[in-house]
Every structure is written in structure tokens, then in C-alpha cells.
Design a protein around this ligand. Structure first.
Ligand code: NDP
Ligand code: 2IT
Length: 453
């Protein structure tokens, strides 16, 4: 069990007191502080000037009302957030999430994680996150558009290519980014392409951004497997979720010779022993916006295909060599981790942000399972967003091969940094500590150089 030294324990207690009722934020801070014991033992100066306390406090938090009119002419209201966490390394950068579970604590945990993740990419980007408790499920295109426009009517005063650059996350993809960009352009009277990333190609998007998070996680896990002389080739893989991150994880894993046998959404999971038919999943999810159970209806019962309803079982009951949780936070519990270990899992790569509970992480690490934490493994998305910003700034557009090549190099560097940092601090193979320490040191050094900010 990782230990918190006395000073860090006091800092955590204060974070919990000042941010009451925000368990996900407490969880994210605790995990980073647990890794920092070894840093402050070597570098006690990091305790000076309340540096750690300042890193745990967002620079700015914006909470606003979003009124909009549904197709029936009824007025609806939602609450929205933008947490501008840290700008020591560059403009705030991070996604926007539309999901009914969104609250300020969730956006704060995501903004906190984003700060260290962005530092690990080596790109000049600070950390932020936003979102709303708006539920896009079952809404018409016009309702989504009206919501996005109203959301941007407030958000536009707080963002800009040198200030804060949002992108997608759960419930926000190319369609929503388009509506938000269109509204920002009207309000600002500027074609400021670099204000949002995840744009479509024909108005300033980057090739490989759609694929980047899933591809990036796969590259990271491939490097991790490589440290033990193995690879994806011939491995059975389970990928939770069936959204942007999950779909492109399946695509890359398959191209590396792995066989993905299960995927999920919030209604349950499907298993296809023959290997997931990704073309069908893309049609269901990217075009028809359907439920994953449709997969079974189309493929037919038997023949190694089945569906398990949410609540009747966990996708982590499906035996696999590599698990890649790519849906949402705390989706993989201690119990799930024990099942995976019992079934012989050798590696876990987090595509989602904080999908494994602290208990689950402990189970994996104690069992010697290679474990890639989200803030390192899923950094390919935001890294490619930074590449999109580069292309926008130079009014250029790169080829898929060039962009994916940059992504692959960035992921290898992140992997190697986490690995080497874990070694340097006496915890070889502990990618959680490696990622937290390397990310923290980078942000902390920048903050010190900038004075008391
Ligand atoms: P999408 O909205 O495209 O897909 C989300 C998927 O996860 C859907 O299958 C969804 O099912 C499922 N899901 C979401 N919330 C829940 C829940 N509470 N319970 C069960 N299933 C759920 O989002 P992304 O693929 O973009 O994001 C997935 C994860 O990856 C998130 O943690 C996000 O923060 C993280 N991430 C995303 C990046 C990106 O570039 N998009 C970059 C780095 C991390 P359903 O449709 O039924 O809700
Ligand atoms: O969690 C994440 O890193 C994202 N949702 C992507 C953020 C971005 O700015 O591309």
C-alpha cells in the first residue's frame, strides 16, 4: 500500500476539506500525492512556497447556466463548467464532456489529471476540462446544435487560441465541435481555427486526431509489452466502451495482431469469440448512434456471439490477456481486477481517465500485471490536439502518415519517460509513480520559474 508522508497527508486533508463532496477529485489528488513521497524526499524544496497546495488548486473555475429550447418548444436548463486548472506550460487544454453525471468534482478531477498528462506529452499545453450535465442521448441533431450554441454563448468569453483550447470527451465528438466552432466564429468574428481541436478535416482539423487516443493507448501498451519481450500478436484483448477511444483502440490492436473479443456501452457488453466486427460497431455507433446490443441482433445468436445486460455481469469477467478500459472513471473495480488476474491478464492500458479504482490498481500491481495509467496511456489524444494547434498556427495540413508518425514517437517517449522515472525513483516497472512523478516535476519546475503564481 503506497504511503503518504506526514506533510503530504496534511495537504491531502486540506484538499478534502476545501473540496467537500467531490470524491473523484479527492481520489485523483490522493493518487498523485501517494507517488510524490519519493520526490519530496529527494527534493524537499518542492514543499516550499505552498507549491503542491497551489498545484492542487485550479487557477479558475467557471460555472454557468445553459438555457435551451427543445424540439417541443419547452425551455430546458443545464449547468456547465470550465475548470482552468493550470497554465504554467501553455494555454489551458482539455476536453468537454456532456453526460448527466457531470458535476464540478468530476470536471476538477479531469482537469487535474489533464495537467500532468499534458506535461507528459512534452507539448506546450496547460491543463483544463469542461462539460455539462446535458444528456445527448435521444436528442435530435437540432437540439444538440441549440444546446452547443447556448453553451458557447457563455464559454466564448473564457477561451481562445492563447487562453484555453477545448476539445471533445464523452458525449462530445466531431458534430458537437462543429456546432461550437460555428458559434464561436459568429460571436468573435474571427476564423480562429486553433480555439478548438477535434475539428473536421475540411475546416482545420488534423488527420489522425479521431484515431489518436485509441491508437496512442495501443502504442503505449505495445511498448510496455515490449519491455517483457512480448507484443499484441496473438493476444486476446477486451476493450470496454464503444465510443471514440474504444473503436480506434480495437482498430490498432487488430492491426498489431491482437484479437478483441468484447466491447460495451452503458447498457451492457457483447462478446464475439471470432473477433469483434469493427465495421459493424462503427456503423452502429458512429452512424446510427445505436445501442451495442444491436450487434447481437444483427449477427444472430450462437456462433460465439452473445450479449450481457448491464447489471447481469461485468465485461471484466471475460477472460483476456490484455484489458483496455475505455469507457469512464471507476468502471473497473477491485473485484473485476481480481477476476482479470485469476483469468491470466498480463497487461492493462487505461484508455479512459481513471477507469480503475484504487483497489483495482493495487490488485494489478501486487499481481505483477503491467499497468499503464490513463494520464500516460491515453495522452495520444491531447498530444494530437496539440499537433492540430501547430497545423492551425502555421496554416498547414499534414498527411495521415506524418501525423501518426509524430503520435507514435510521442507515445514511445511518454512510455520511456515513465519507465525511466520509475527506475530513477526506485520503483521499477511502476508506471503509476513514473507518470505522476515525471508529470509533476515538469509542472512544478515551470511554476517555480514563474514566481508565486
Ligand atoms: P464517447 O462518448 O465517444 O464514448 C464513451 C463510451 O463509454 C460509450 O460507449 C459510453 O456508453 C461509455 N460510457 C460513458 N459513460 C459511461 C458510464 N457512466 N457507464 C457505462 N458506460 C459509459 O467518449 P470517448 O470515447 O471520447 O471517451 C471515453 C473515455 O476516454 C473517457 O474517460 C474520456 O475522458 C477518455 N478520453 C477521451 C479522449 C478523447 O480524445 N476522446 C482522450 C483521452 C481520454 P453509452 O453510449 O451507453 O453512454
Ligand atoms: O481526456 C483527454 O485527454 C481528452 N478528452 C482530450 C483533450 C484534448 O484537448 O484533446
Amino acid at each position: 500500500m503506497p504511503h503518504l508522508d506526514e506533510k503530504l497527508e496534511l495537504i491531502l486533508a486540506e484538499v478534502i476539506r476545501r473540496n467537500a463532496g467531490e470524491p473523484e477529485f479527492h481520489q485523483a489528488v490522493r493518487e498523485v500525492l501517494e507517488s510524490l513521497g519519493r520526490v519530496v524526499a529527494k527534493r524537499p524544496d518542492f514543499f516550499d512556497d505552498a507549491l503542491i497546495e497551489r498545484i492542487c488548486e485550479p487557477e479558475r473555475q467557471i460555472i454557468f447556466r445553459v438555457p435551451w429550447i427543445d424540439d417541443a418548444g419547452k425551455v430546458q436548463i443545464n449547468r456547465a463548467f470550465r475548470v482552468q486548472f493550470n497554465s504554467a506550460l501553455g494555454p489551458y487544454k482539455g476536453g468537454i464532456r456532456f453526460h448527466p453525471s457531470v458535476n464540478v468534482g468530476i470536471i476538477k478531477f479531469l482537469g487535474f489529471e489533464q495537467t500532468f498528462k499534458n506535461a507528459l506529452t512534452g507539448m506546450p499545453i496547460g491543463g483544463g476540462k469542461g462539460g455539462s450535465d446535458f444528456d445527448p442521448k435521444g436528442k435530435s441533431d437540432r437540439e444538440i446544435m441549440r444546446f452547443c450554441q447556448s453553451f458557447m454563448l457563455e464559454l466564448h468569453r473564457h477561451i481562445g487560441e492563447y487562453t484555453d483550447v477545448p476539445a471533445g470527451d464523452i458525449g462530445v465528438g466531431g458534430r458537437e465541435i462543429g456546432y461550437m466552432f460555428g458559434q464561436y466564429k459568429r460571436l468573435s468574428n474571427r476564423y480562429e481555427a486553433g480555439v478548438l481541436t477535434g475539428k473536421a478535416l475540411f475546416y482545420g482539423g488534423s488527420r489522425a486526431r479521431t484515431e489518436a487516443t485509441g491508437y496512442g493507448n495501443t502504442y503505449f501498451v505495445q511498448s510496455m509489452l515490449g519491455t517483457k519481450g512480448t507484443s499484441f500478436d496473438g493476444k486476446k484483448v477486451v476493450v470496454s466502451g464503444s465510443g471514440n477511444v474504444a473503436i480506434y483502440t480495437v482498430e490498432k490492436v487488430t492491426s498489431f495482431g491482437g484479437k478483441v473479443i468484447a466491447m460495451s456501452d452503458s447498457s451492457g457488453y457483447i462478446v464475439d469469440e471470432n473477433g469483434i466486427d469493427l465495421k459493424l460497431v462503427k456503423e452502429l455507433k458512429e452512424v446510427r448512434r445505436a445501442r451495442i446490443s444491436e450487434y447481437l441482433r444483427i449477427k444472430g445468436d450462437g456462433k460465439g456471439v452473445y450479449f450481457v445486460k448491464a447489471g447481469d455481469g461485468s465485461i471484466w469477467d471475460v477472460a483476456c490477456d490484455v484489458a483496455m478500459p475505455s469507457a469512464t472513471q471507476n468502471e473497473l473495480t477491485g473485484r473485476d481486477a481480481k477476476t482479470l488476474v485469476k483469468n491470466g491478464v498480463i497487461a492493462v492500458g487505461e484508455g479512459a481517465n481513471m477507469p480503475s479504482t484504487p483497489d483495482a490498481v493495487r490488485v494489478f500491481q501486487e499481481a505483477g500485471v503491467m499497468f499503464a495509467p490513463g494520464k500516460a496511456a491515453n495522452a495520444g489524444g491531447v498530444a494530437t490536439s496539440a499537433l492540430e494547434m501547430q497545423q492551425n498556427a502555421s496554416r498547414d495540413s499534414w498527411s495521415f502518415e506524418q501525423t501518426e508518425g509524430r503520435l507514435a514517437t510521442i507515445m514511445k517517449n511518454i512510455h520511456d519517460t515513465c519507465y525511466a522515472t520509475a527506475d530513477e525513483y526506485g520503483v521499477p516497472g511502476d508506471y503509476v509513480s513514473g507518470a505522476n512523478i515525471a508529470g509533476f516535476v515538469k509542472v512544478a519546475e515551470a511554476m517555480r520559474a514563474l514566481g508565486v503564481i
